[in-house]
Design a protein around this ligand. Structure first.
Ligand code: IPE
Ligand code: IPE
Ligand code: MG
Length: 238
């Protein structure tokens, strides 16, 4: 249950777009003397739980960081493991369809395996009409890479320098047409963005915690949302 009846004085304000950096899988596994792969498997379960919970409480957009443009630096076996978890997830989208979740991928798809690209397209097409949570999975995503991609589009379209506006750039990002994230959550005790949504997060609120992602529960999300409700967002005003 979200917020039950206790905080009478705090008006419940839900963020419209939550972005989560799903970090700490490896450390979660290490603490249990398990291989890192076990951490990714556990993290994937948490992802499903949290996505369903966001849908249930009426969050409109959720963007999760699944694999960054920097994560290719990891050992090949770990990269393969993460890609296989993604394959399994995409082959079982029926449960998400049942829940009316719309799936979209953001990031550069070019270097991904062909079968994954096909599964991604199919999952997106199958869930296109869903009216519940809009779930973005950031895969081979990097904020700087995204901006480079947008600039290339602008140049290709022949847009004149004096005509370039913030909106022109926003419209060419992977998140075009979506509201900016207003709440960014990073568990695992790291205090950085790691190249996540760097343009879109200009005015986001941040929430950090030591919890490792596989341990992150709907209760933790409730706590974070309660904090969000108390934030005073001024956007440069008074
Ligand atoms: C996040 O967990 C998953 C990905 C980056 C794909 P990590 O694998 O980064 O876990 P830690 O940070 O090593 O604990
Ligand atoms: C960020 O986590 C990327 C994802 C969660 C997919 P990392 O573990 O890759 O980030 P750093 O290396 O700690 O900055
Ligand atoms: Mg990490």
């Amino acid at each position: 249950m979200f917020f039950k009846k206790k905080e009478k004085s705090v008006q419940r304000v839900l963020p419209e777009h939550i972005a989560i950096i799903m970090d700490g899988n490896g450390r979660w596994a290490k603490k249990r003397s398990l291989p890192r792969t076990a951490g990714h498997a556990a993290g994937s379960k948490t992802f499903k739980t949290i996505a369903r919970y966001c849908n249930k409480i009426g969050i409109k957009y959720l963007t999760v960081y699944a694999f960054s443009t920097e994560n290719w630096k990891r050992p090949q076996a770990e990269v393969n493991n993460i890609m296989n978890i993604l394959r399994d997830y995409l082959k079982d989208t029926d449960s998400f369809k049942d829940e009316n979740i719309r799936l979209e991928f953001i990031g550069d798809r070019a270097p991904l395996a062909d079968d994954i690209k096909e599964l991604m397209l199919k999952a997106e097409a199958d869930s296109q009409g869903a009216t519940g949570l809009h779930l973005n999975i950031a895969l081979n995503y990097g904020g700087r890479d995204e901006i480079v991609h947008a600039v290339r589009e602008i140049v290709k379209e022949g847009i004149k320098a004096e005509d370039v506006t913030e909106q022109i750039i926003t419209d060419r990002l992977y998140t075009a047409g979506q509201p900016d994230p207003d709440f960014i959550i990073r568990p695992s005790g790291e205090y950085r963005l790691s190249n996540y949504l760097i343009w879109q997060s200009a005015y986001a609120e941040y929430w950090f915690s030591d919890i490792l992602w596989p341990d992150f529960s709907p209760k933790d999300l409730d706590r974070a949302l309660e904090d969000f409700s108390r934030r005073n967002r001024r956007f440069g005003g008074v």
